[in-house]
Design a protein around this ligand. Structure first.
Ligand code: AMP
Ligand code: MG
Length: 330
């Protein structure tokens, strides 16, 4: 069964073709909206997606030697995300479904980050530590729904790291620069550690860093970056571990661009080893926003949950929470 996956919740426009029964990713293409400065301007992101969508689909078919005739199901991310960006993916996917008379499924992007674990590993029921630019959440299936057990109270971990990097004069995206700098640091500087219940917060730490360290010349940049990583990743691992204990689950999966960070991966592995749990870390191309995870989740929803959405009436939902989704495929 060939599933065409389409991703467009934020800066990434992605197309994937998945042989779902064989769990084989035939292609997983991405094209990113980038900018020198100013971050993501919603209508510019939409322009990017609109310009690239046809070309990327053609490329996917060229690479796989498949055509629309071979596609059995179309799955696209219809929530949550930037409204402007979601809209392009939605129009594109619904038009393809109607023109070629294919069944269609709308997928929640955050749930797809969790479900992808079962595409590439033996994970059965993991807790997801989702660390991306705008999102920071701990999600697990419990009581019939995918629930958020902890999340950021202000900015996403990736946005925090990018802002910190910018203040240090490093380029965008800041994550890889900060990781490189941190690997040369040794001295741990005590920093504000904000875990509140099951939630985390980062903006206070930014202020703390600005007042005490950034541009003050008192401490080495390397040590500041090292201490930042140790602190914020410990916060994330702490809430992930508590969610695992609370739900009595013994699997963890990482998701989101920040999860590409080797130190975060190492800390997750240490925590899981300590509690005799499994730690699943998908390859980078499946950690970041991608269409293969959308195709796989759409396949599960359609085949196991009997879910098909009407392309004429299916809408986007920029603010959909994971527990708004009715789970019929498990
Ligand atoms: P996403 O929103 O999931 O596409 O992830 C984008 C975020 O991941 C950006 O904030 C990046 O700075 C961050 N990121 C990418 N690579 C790394 C890394 N190696 N370490 C930390 N953050 C990273
Ligand atoms: Mg994402």
């Amino acid at each position: 069964m060939i599933v065409l996956g389409i991703e467009s919740t934020a800066h990434t426009f992605g197309i994937s073709l998945l042989d779902a029964k064989k769990k084989k990713i035939l292609c997983n293409l991405r094209d990113l909206y980038t900018t020198e400065k100013g971050g993501m301007v919603p209508n510019k992101v939409a322009d990017h997606h609109e310009e690239i969508c046809d070309e990327l689909l053609r490329k996917a078919f060229d690479e796989t030697k498949l055509s629309m005739k071979d596609v059995d199901l179309i799955a696209f991310s219809n929530a949550p995300g930037l409204g402007h960006a979601l809209k392009i993916g939605s129009i594109f996917s619904r038009t393809l479904a109607m023109t070629h008379n294919k069944p269609l499924v709308g997928v929640n992007h955050c749930i797809a980050h969790l479900e992808v674990a079962s595409l590439v590993s033996k994970a059965k029921d993991p807790v997801l530590l989702y660390c991306s630019g705008a999102n920071t959440q701990v999600i697990a299936y419990d009581g019939g729904k995918y629930r958020i057990f902890g999340e950021t109270l202000d900015i996403g971990i990736g946005n925090f790291i990018d802002t910190f990097a910018r203040k240090l004069g490093l380029g965008f995206p800041g994550g890889p620069h900060v990781e490189k700098l941190a690997s040369k640091g040794k001295k741990y500087l005590p920093l504000l550690y904000s875990v509140k219940g099951m939630d985390v917060a980062f903006s206070g730490l930014l202020t703390h860093l600005e007042r005490k360290y950034i541009g003050k010349g008192k401490e080495k940049k390397e040590d500041v970056a090292f201490s930042v990583q140790e602190t914020v990743f410990a916060m994330l691992i702490e809430v992930a571990e508590r969610a695992m204990a609370h739900c009595e689950k013994n699997e963890l999966v990482l998701g989101g661009g920040v999860a590409c960070n080797k130190r975060l991966q190492e800390m997750a592995e240490i925590m899981c080893k300590d509690r005799k749990a499994k730690c699943y870390i998908p390859e980078n191309g499946l950690l970041v926003d991608n269409a293969a995870m959308i195709a796989w989740t759409g396949f599960l929803m359609h085949t196991k949950g009997g879910i098909t959405h009407d392309p004429k009436t299916l809408t986007i939902d920029p603010y959909e929470r994971t527990d708004d989704v009715e789970v019929r495929w498990r």
